[in-house]
Design a protein around this ligand. Structure first.
Ligand SMILES: [Zn+2]
Length: 95
């Protein structure tokens, strides 16, 4: 019985915590494009691209693609894509 009471108290404490930070604190401050989805993957190197070597197919075809911010860690992640084999890799983007 004691154990159940303790567990319930723990849950109540958890519930009293805010689930998320107040939402619109930075609304309007930073406007950045939000690539919600990647509608298509590039099949050719864009002009001026400086591709890296793809870890899967080994060709110089891995290019930086979309950016997104991870909601949990707040880090900016860059999706890289290989134009040859369509491999996608997510790497933290240096800010
Ligand atoms: Zn590849």
């Amino acid at each position: 019985m004691d154990r159940i009471v303790l567990a319930r108290r723990g849950l109540d404490m958890f519930d009293s915590q805010p689930r998320a930070p107040p939402a619109p604190a930075r609304a309007g401050a930073i406007i950045e494009p939000v690539p919600a989805k990647v509608p298509w993957l590039p099949a050719t190197l864009p002009p001026g691209a400086r591709p890296e070597r793809c870890p899967r197919c080994g060709r110089q075809a891995l290019i930086p693609w979309t950016l997104r911010r991870d909601d949990r860690t707040k880090t900016v992640l860059r999706t890289w894509v290989c134009t040859e084999c369509q491999l996608t890799v997510e790497r933290p983007e240096p800010e």
